[in-house]
Ligand binder design. Structure first.
Ligand SMILES: NC(=O)C1=CN([C@@H]2O[C@H](COP(=O)(O)OP(=O)(O)OC[C@H]3O[C@@H](n4cnc5c(N)ncnc54)[C@H](O)[C@@H]3O)[C@@H](O)[C@H]2O)C=CC1
Ligand SMILES: O=C(O)[C@H]1O[C@H](OP(=O)(O)OP(=O)(O)OC[C@H]2O[C@@H](n3ccc(=O)[nH]c3=O)[C@H](O)[C@@H]2O)[C@H](O)[C@@H](O)[C@@H]1O
Length: 438
């Protein structure tokens, strides 16, 4: 099948590459000429484990091509995916200007029947809006389908190729048959496709992200209560996660959720509710608690140093919003850096992948270390913000001799309390006892 993907960012590039891998001819379109040039030359533009091998193979075999030209890109395409940004607008609702802009252009240039697919995360009613925009200029038949994407950054290829489910919203039998054919290789591997109407598919995406954000937030609230009540959130997590109705995943407490999606999607669903005159109270609490949770360790850090961080050097391990990505959008680490700077501390940071992006965002406000151990050299304390695997089992001898004080503020609960006590650390974590060496 010949398909086109408009928008070659995280979702567009993964979608395009994976559909090329299942035997389709995919044209990826983007307005960013530099990005397209780089992809054409074989230089991948995002860090995503496992993607590069597929990208390289399919590019070489001519199944994956790149262009800035919409007309050239959609030529003969049976399916045209829109994987465009939907950032929060000023009022928190999803900004549809990229989607509607491309829909308008598509209406003008489409010269054959095609299924136009909203892959972006878009509010209820967007498929109708896209369809109406195309209709203003269209000379041919087309269908607009909602096919939200559930992949996670860092494991995007696996999530795409082995999805828990694929959700497709359409009332058109013609579009349904084409989408069935496109997803057939995944269905044959046992991954289910759930068909529904467009509005339900659009709502499903926001419901999924908001539910997961709520699940994490609930655990953060339990963790905070555990600290006050003398319980250990790790035990509680295991105790409830074994109940199959609750499930083990997404129960890890920490310094809040970040990323390009949970924060914006929870906000956008709240906005949709407001538009329909519904007061979605849980969502408001989720946003409030998550904001508070991000810098939860700062007051403890201040108290540890007698209330004042002026002149103290704080090392930070982890800048990305989660491991295995260089993405720093809404990363809790950035909020902590801001709070530390406001309190007069010097900050030295290390992250295996995200340093370049942080440098672009905050420049020389912090010092950048070349390794996790260089970051802690002479530091008064270590804060852990992202659970990269290499932070899980550090060389504690090296760490202890590099730090000025043996104190760790761990926002991701990487270490066992008994081990930290044995190693003689002051150790603050989330929802567990604080270990004091002295
Ligand atoms: N990043 C993720 O993990 C996930 C994102 N989503 C959703 O997918 C959508 C896209 O997200 P990302 O891929 O992360 O965004 P992104 O920002 O990485 O990529 C968007 C791409 O669209 C391009 N673009 C903008 N205007 C264009 C136009 N007129 N014509 C052609 N290309 C244009 C940009 O240059 C950029 O390369 C969003 O709605 C997001 O919420 C859904 C699931 C996962
Ligand atoms: O719509 C999207 O863009 C995507 O958003 C999330 O994926 P992603 O943001 O890549 O990352 P997650 O693994 O979900 O983590 C999000 C945040 O939650 C935090 N988290 C996650 C799990 C957990 O138990 N605890 C916790 O604090 C992570 O540290 C991270 O900051 C969803 O998991 C994807 O299904 C969805 O497609």
């Amino acid at each position: 099948m010949k398909i086109a993907v408009v928008g070659t960012g995280y979702v567009g590039l993964v979608t395009g590459t994976c559909f090329a891998e299942t035997g389709n001819y995919v044209s990826c379109i983007d307005i960013d000429a530099k990005k397209i040039e780089s992809l054409r030359k074989g230089k991948i533009t995002i860090y995503e484990p496992g993607l590069e091998v597929l990208f390289e193979r399919n590019r070489k075999e001519g199944r994956l091509t790149f262009t800035t030209d919409l007309v050239e890109g959609i030529k003969d395409a049976e399916v045209i995916f829109l994987a465009l940004p939907t950032p929060p607008g000023e009022d928190g609702s999803a900004d549809l200007k990229y989607i509607i802009g491309v829909a308008e252009n598509l209406g003008k240039v489409l010269d054959h029947y095609a299924v136009i697919v909203d892959k972006s995360t878009v509010p209820v009613g967007t498929a109708e809006k896209v369809s109406a925009k195309i209709a203003e200029n269209a000379k041919v038949d087309y269908d607009v389908v909602s096919n939200p994407e559930f992949l996670r950054e860092g494991v995007a290829v696996d999530d795409f190729m082995k999805p828990d489910r694929v959700v497709i919203g359409t009332k058109s039998d013609r579009a349904k048959a084409i989408m069935e054919r496109l997803y057939a290789p995944l269905v044959r591997q046992g991954n289910p496709v759930i068909f529904m109407d467009e509005r339900s598919a659009e709502m499903t995406k926001y419901a999924a992200n908001s539910f997961l954000a709520m699940k994490i937030t609930f655990m953060n609230e339990i963790a905070n209560l555990c600290e006050l009540a003398g319980a250990d959130v790790d035990n509680v997590r295991k105790g409830i996660g074994t109940d199959s109705r609750i499930g083990k995943r997404f129960l890890f407490p920490g310094i809040g959720y970040g990323g390009s999606c949970f924060p914006k999607d929870v906000q956008a669903l709240g906005k949709t509710a407001k538009e329909y005159g519904y007061d979605f109270k849980i969502l408001k609490s989720v946003m409030f608690v998550n904001d508070r949770q991000k810098t939860k360790l700062i007051p403890q850090l201040k108290a540890h140093f007698g209330g004042d961080l002026k002149g103290k050097t704080i090392a930070i391990w982890g800048l990305a919003f989660k491991p295995h990505t260089d993405d720093i959008r809404e990363a809790p680490a950035l909020y902590n850096i801001k709070a530390l700077k406001r309190a007069g501390a010097k900050v030295v940071v290390f992250d295996p992948e995200a340093v370049a992006n942080v440098r672009k965002e905050i420049g020389k406000k912090v010092k950048y270390a070349a390794s996790q151990y260089e970051a802690v050299q002479g530091a008064d304390a270590l804060m852990i913000m992202t659970e990269w695997p290499e932070f899980r089992t550090p060389d504690f001898d090296k760490l202890s001799s590099a730090l000025k004080n043996k104190v760790i503020f761990d926002g991701r609960n990487l270490y066992e309390l008994k081990d930290m006590a044995k190693l003689g650390y002051d150790y603050y974590s989330i929802g567990r006892d604080t270990i004091k060496a002295s």
